[in-house]
Design a protein around this ligand. Structure first.
Ligand code: ATP
Length: 135
């Protein structure tokens, strides 16, 4: 059997499609650990952490911020469904810094806040800022 050398990578959110491309390798952060996918991978489904997804063609690696969701892997395709996602070059750093500041302010108010929500917002902003540096 001839193995395909490329994978189709689709990253989709409720706001629309973020990426549809042919790639040689995909790396992502599953809830149970980081994983890498080459063409021909055995099929599996995993939920994703709030974190980074990267994909490579030759020496060119690109990065996408992924806000939870899940990945469906098959031998010739990776489909990612996320609550939100942005290519690293599309991340608005000022917006992420503002979100980070809001979350930090809320977390100082100890009692009256939804701790999980503020922590999640802080996590999204922190990772967006990290990824915006990887262009
Ligand atoms: P904010 O408080 O700034 O809205 P958030 O983490 O609550 O941030 P999300 O709910 O994850 O935002 O995303 C809502 C929409 O805004 C999505 O389409 C997402 O891609 C986009 N988005 C959020 N933050 C940024 C950012 N810093 N740069 C680019 N797009 C962003």
């Amino acid at each position: 059997m001839i193995m395909a050398t490329k994978l189709k990578l689709e990253v989709v959110t409720p706001h629309g499609s973020v990426l549809s491309d042919e790639v040689e390798e995909v790396s992502a952060q599953g809830s149970e650990g980081d994983f890498g996918v080459f063409p021909g991978h055995v099929p599996f489904i995993t939920t994703l952490k709030v974190g980074m997804l990267s994909y490579r063609n030759g020496n060119d690696t690109k990065y996408i911020f992924v806000n939870s969701g899940y990945a469906e892997v098959s031998p010739d395709k990776v489909i990612v469904l996320a609550d939100s996602a942005e290519k690293s070059e599309d991340i608005d750093v000022e917006r992420a810094k503002a979100a980070m500041q809001r979350a930090e302010e809320r977390l100082k108010q100890a009692e009256k806040i939804d701790f999980a929500r503020a922590t999640a917002a802080l996590e999204r902003a922190t990772i967006r800022i990290q990824l915006a540096g990887k262009r």
